[in-house]
Design a binder for this molecule. Structure first.
Ligand SMILES: C[S@@+](CC[C@H](N)C(=O)[O-])C[C@H]1O[C@@H](n2cnc3c(N)ncnc32)[C@H](O)[C@@H]1O
Length: 165
């Protein structure tokens, strides 16, 4: 049986999808499911979302660095709530912030980024340092290893702590 995976912060899926609620364009929370597979896509504010099952794997790509520092702990709890006792966590991320983005200062977790049309937005971008992040998650009970790659990139893999189950 294939492993069940919940990717967090995924982009909108390509192709044709059927909205189970029929309200896809208007609702803030709905599920879509592929006609050909049993994959389910859920559109929701991740900070409001409550999982209705547990998964073998939780994956998040270039997402953790956008979690506001004050929501870090609740996001960690959400991941715990999503996982089966033997479940695994895997993520990739980066700490890349350009000098032009740092209009709120280097110590701020906010940067300014522009859309292609020039519209500016304040964006949360926390430049996690891999070893410090690993220590923090381990202190919170996760059995996790975070490995830097080239440049500002890193990936993390592991499991929750025993107290999370
Ligand atoms: C930096 S992108 C990463 C997207 C994808 N994981 C990738 O690697 O291409 C962050 C994504 O999180 C989504 N996002 C932002 N805030 C969110 C929230 N509160 N709940 C759910 N998704 C959110 C954005 O729409 C965006 O698609």
């Amino acid at each position: 049986m294939p492993a069940a995976l919940v990717p967090v912060g995924a982009r909108r899926p390509p192709g044709r999808w059927r909205c189970l609620t029929g309200r896809c364009r208007h609702c803030s929370s709905c599920s879509t499911i592929s006609r050909r597979s049993r994959r389910r896509f859920i559109r929701a504010d991740i900070f409001e979302w409550v999982p209705d099952r547990r998964y073998d794997v939780v994956f998040f790509g270039f997402w953790l660095s956008h979690v506001p520092p004050e929501r870090f702990e609740s996001f960690r709890s959400l991941v715990a709530d999503c996982l089966k006792p033997t479940g695994r966590v895997f993520f990739v991320d980066d700490a890349h912030r350009t000098a032009e983005e740092l209009v709120y200062g280097e110590s701020s977790s906010l940067v300014r980024r522009q859309l292609h049309d020039g519209t500016p937005y304040r964006v949360v971008k926390v430049p996690h340092e891999p070893k410090a992040l690993e220590r923090r998650l381990q202190q919170l009970g996760w059995r996790i290893t975070i490995t830097p790659t080239s440049g500002p990139f890193f990936w993390g893999a592991g499991q929750l702590g025993l107290n999370d189950h």
